[in-house]
Ligand binder design. Structure first.
Ligand code: URA
Ligand code: URA
Length: 202
């Protein structure tokens, strides 16, 4: 089965219905590789959503996004500006099973899962969304410029404020904190997110 993102939006009454339907998928394109469904962690009523790429080995094992080394760094970044990852954040991904050998998701895989991601955004209804990685930028914003060009920029879609940020895995590979480094820029970005969140939600 293939979904068309624009012609066939999928709809559920509640977040619980949405999760139940996804957990019972068996013919989604990444299912053939045997991984678990990995949908979200955090609070489905959160005003701040993070959308990453796809689950890795640790995420597949535990059935939750961003629980490996990248996830630990993500939580540290959020906590550095006093966001509580359990209660104030909803974390999800662009594809909902681990691609084999952590390869990039294929266009047909992105296209299949995209209506589910869009429905997750509609149901959670966050005011602010952070996109980590180029695939969530493509699916959510149709943005094909590089992350180094557009990180820290606010986009507005359907009343939501959306910002691309460096992927935490990239920060792990580039740990220096000198001015202009990815970590220093991410520190600026997360502070801008904190200010926007306070302005919107107060
Ligand atoms: N990287 C992601 O983009 N998502 C995860 O869940 C884990 C690592
Ligand atoms: N390269 C990546 O793979 N991720 C980033 O976030 C930035 C550059």
């Amino acid at each position: 089965m293939q979904f068309d993102l624009f012609e066939k939006p999928i709809r559920f009454e509640t977040h619980a219905d949405y999760i139940a339907a996804m957990m019972s998928l068996t013919d989604d394109p990444l299912a053939q590789f045997g991984g678990n469904m990995v949908i979200y962690r955090g609070n489905p009523d959160a005003d701040l959503m993070i959308i990453g790429e796809g689950p890795g080995a640790e995420e597949d094992r535990l059935g939750k996004p961003y629980v490996g080394r990248s996830g630990q760094l993500l939580d540290k970044i959020l906590e550095s500006v006093n966001f509580d990852p359990e209660n104030e954040i909803y974390v999800t991904n662009t594809v909902f099973r681990r691609p084999p050998n952590n390869r990039d998701p294929l266009p047909a895989e992105l296209e299949y899962y995209a209506p589910y991601l869009m429905e997750g955004i509609r149901l959670v209804d966050p005011k602010v969304i952070l996109l980590t990685g180029r695939f969530s930028m493509r699916v959510v914003l149709n943005e094909r410029q590089g992350i180094t060009k557009v990180r820290g920029t606010w986009y507005q879609r359907e009343g939501r404020w959306i910002m691309p940020m460096f992927h935490p895995a990239y920060l792990l590979r580039n740990p220096q904190r000198t001015p202009g480094s990815p970590k220093a820029l991410t520190w600026q970005d997360i502070q801008a997110v904190r200010r926007k969140y306070d302005e919107l939600i107060g």
